[in-house]
Design a binder for this molecule. Structure first.
Ligand code: ACO
Length: 373
């Protein structure tokens, strides 16, 4: 069977977007024309969510109004509240989020509208709710009582405080906020594409986000950050190079490496590596960071592959005190900004997304009655 050159839709332009752009050869990423290197560390996640969803970086008054809207959207709604305990008992984190987002949709005040203004409000509510869903789920499954969050706290500070149970330092808040900025949007990645396919049927915002969450969950996409940490935890720190070579020799993929679009270093990985090193050194135990550096060298020497966004995100989240099985949910907190903006963009200039397939099965077969088969 001849290989389909567009298998996995590689290099197929599936939508037009003004949200983000990648130059895979130069290793550049921009959000609405702003280079990620100019945004990271200088712009809050809330500003980036506003930029993506509403079209421009906010001024002070616009940001104040948007953060007030986010603060109002922090509740779960009665149906999600009622089901939270059972979900926390029975479902893994990404499954739980898929369920909870679906349930919050039932109580969304704009649930019956796909109008542009309604979708802007839903986008803000979903962005505000996602960190709360993760924190509430984690508290429900561990029996912890969530600390009261400072009403002035931004998403990064409030989430770190609720998940770790301790007040994060100013530098930890800045680092986590930068992580959220770095993960907010990334052109036609698998989960965004799933959201756009769903939105293009003129389905609603919550359905599109549920499709995106199910897609982010997989280890070839957002699930890779958790797998990176599991790989590091399972390795002997003195046997990193050998373990990596053995995995490659067995034909296994090394999680956190390789990318469909980047043929050089992923610009997000540059920031995440630096932040991982800073946190590792501050923690007094940089073992995982040193192991990561060694993995990076071996994977590049053996396969010529660079780390992607998930590789150093894993150790950054680890050093920040986030439980490993919440790494992919953390990705979803950030990517909610991009997914919702893509749904809005899709609805603004919609056409059903319906690609073709190449039939490779048998033809012209003779039908037989059931007793003659
Ligand atoms: N480890 C080892 N080999 C790899 C890796 C890896 N991480 N990634 C790619 N390769 C190899 C493949 O085995 C293949 O080799 P071959 O041509 O000899 O068969 C070649 O490089 C091309 O790989 P594909 O999987 O065909 O590339 P594709 O563009 O389809 O996949 C992907 C990209 C899914 C990211 C891939 O690199 C991968 O599986 N990486 C590991 C999972 C991961 O980190 N995912 C997160 C991606 S970033 C994100 O989604 C947020």
């Amino acid at each position: 069977m001849a290989d389909n050159p567009t298998k996995g839709l590689a290099d197929v332009v599936a939508a037009s977007t003004a949200l983000s752009d990648i130059d895979g050869k130069a290793g550049r990423l921009s959000y609405r024309g702003y280079d990620i290197h100019d945004l990271a560390g200088r712009t809050s996640f809330e500003e980036i969510a506003y930029l993506l969803q509403r079209g421009a970086l906010p001024n002070r008054a616009q940001l104040d109004a948007y953060t007030a809207e986010l603060a109002e959207g922090r509740s779960l709604g009665p149906l999600a509240e009622a089901c939270l305990g059972a979900i926390a008992e029975r479902q893994e984190p990404m499954e739980a989020l898929r369920s909870l987002v679906s349930l919050t949709g039932a109580d969304d005040p704009d649930k019956n509208s796909n109008a542009p203004e309604a979708n802007l409000r839903k986008a803000a509510r979903l962005t505000a709710q996602q960190p709360i869903l993760v924190a509430r789920y984690h508290a429900a499954r561990t029996g912890a009582t969530l600390p009261e969050i400072d009403p002035e706290a931004g998403i990064a500070e409030a989430f770190l405080h609720q998940i770790t149970g301790r007040r994060p330092s100013q530098r930890e808040i800045e680092i986590f906020d930068t992580c959220l900025v770095l993960h907010a949007d990334h052109t036609m990645n698998a989960s965004t594409f799933a959201a756009r396919v769903c939105a293009a049927t003129l389905s609603d915002m919550h359905s599109a986000i549920v499709a995106a969450l199910g897609t982010l969950k997989g280890p070839l996409h957002g699930g890779a950050n958790e797998q990176v940490m599991r790989t590091l935890e399972a390795m002997d720190p003195r046997g990193v190079a050998r373990a990596v070579r053995e995995k490659l020799a067995r034909g296994e993929k090394i999680m956190g490496f390789g990318h469909r679009v980047y043929k050089t270093e992923d610009p997000r990985a540059t920031h995440l590596r630096r932040m991982s090193q800073e946190l590792a050194e501050a923690s007094g135990d940089d073992t995982y960071f040193r192991m990561s550096r060694e993995m990076e060298e071996v994977v590049f020497a053996e396969k010529g592959l660079y780390p992607n966004v998930d590789f150093y995100a894993a150790t950054v989240y680890h050093y920040l005190g986030i439980p490993t099985d919440l790494f992919t949910p953390v990705f979803s907190i950030s990517r909610m900004a991009g997914w919702t903006a893509h749904v809005i963009e899709q609805h603004a200039d919609n056409r059903l997304i319906r690609p073709d397939s190449e039939y490779v099965g048998e033809r012209d077969k003779k039908w037989l009655p059931i007793d003659e088969r």
